[in-house]
Ligand binder design. Structure first.
Ligand SMILES: NC(=O)c1ccc[n+]([C@@H]2O[C@H](COP(=O)([O-])OP(=O)(O)OC[C@H]3O[C@@H](n4cnc5c(N)ncnc54)[C@H](OP(=O)(O)O)[C@@H]3O)[C@@H](O)[C@H]2O)c1
Length: 252
């Protein structure tokens, strides 16, 4: 990792946890590439960061669109030639509350298109840039909703939740995280790959307002990004192939 001013790309960073990550990592001296699929929303987010003195640039990026991902990688290759940190944050749920016996297959596919294939697209397209950095990190924003152990544990909120498409896609991201991390290690590359569970966080995720989410017990956004900030800012962190939250290890 470039220790002076790490170059960090965050997907889905125009709002919610992505924006908070951009704000906090930018305030800690990282150079932020703010990924947003809607250029207007992205530009508004960048001006807000610039107003706070953060070094941020807009990267137009729809992670479900291969051409958009390729264009972004090409642009960053031409401008910088490397990338220190990739945070795969973009995500959404399309099949909330649908039982597995009747879940709409189109919505199930949308869950996978964004939450799983979006991450795979990004990792594959940006690996050449990550390899060009002295040391690099991939951080996948997963979810406790993808924990099969929690889905079977009556003591957890995940036990009562149903969104089988979203949950399966996050579980698949966890497996991709482990397999990519192992590949990097086998190839002796100084690139770590980890998954994070932010917990239930008061954003606009799932269509609720942050206030509604908070009333249902969601934590404030800065708490939701705390583990990711820790992982992204510690130059000596050697975590690899892990799934963690602010309390420690999360069961797969
Ligand atoms: N909030 C929670 O309780 C919670 C819990 C566990 C895990 N997570 C995970 O945390 C991550 C961030 O969620 P959040 O709560 O901050 O949600 P959010 O406020 O809804 O933000 C999601 C972001 O993803 C972007 N996005 C959606 N589709 C995209 C696409 N195809 N390409 C690029 N960007 C896209 C959205 O852009 P637009 O503004 O253009 O829609 C938005 O910027 C997600 O991966 C989510 O699964 C959230």
């Amino acid at each position: 990792m470039t220790t002076t001013q790490p170059l960090t790309l965050i997907t889905g960073a125009n709002r919610g946890m992505g924006f908070e990550l951009a704000k906090e990592l930018g305030a800690k001296g990282q150079r932020i590439l703010l990924g947003a699929r809607d250029p207007e929303k992205g530009a508004a987010a960048v001006s807000q960061l610039e107003h706070d003195g953060i070094d941020a640039s807009l990267i137009e990026l729809d992670v479900t669109n291969s051409q958009s991902v390729e264009n972004a990688a090409e642009m960053i290759t031409k401008t910088f030639g490397y990338l220190d940190i990739l945070i795969n944050n973009a995500g959404a749920v399309f099949d909330a509350f649908q039982q597995p016996s009747v879940v709409n297959p189109d919505q199930l596919r949308q869950d996978f298109e964004l939450n799983y294939f979006g991450v795979v697209n990004m990792c594959q397209a940006f690996l050449p840039l990550l390899k060009a950095a002295p040391k690099a990190k991939v951080i996948n924003i997963s979810s406790m909703m993808g924990s099969i152990t929690s889905a079977l544990d009556p003591e957890t909120n995940v036990y009562r939740a149903v969104a089988v498409g979203y949950q399966s896609a996050k579980a698949a991201v966890n497996m991709y995280t482990v397999q990519l991390a192992k590949e990097m290690t086998r190839d002796n590359l100084p690139i770590t790959v980890n998954a994070i569970d932010p917990g239930m966080v008061a954003t606009e995720f799932g269509g609720a307002t942050p206030e509604q989410a908070q009333a249902m017990g969601a934590r404030p956004i800065p708490e939701g990004v705390a583990r990711t900030i820790e992982l992204a800012t510690d130059p000596d962190d050697t975590s690899n192939a892990t799934f963690t939250n602010t309390d420690g290890v999360v069961a797969w």
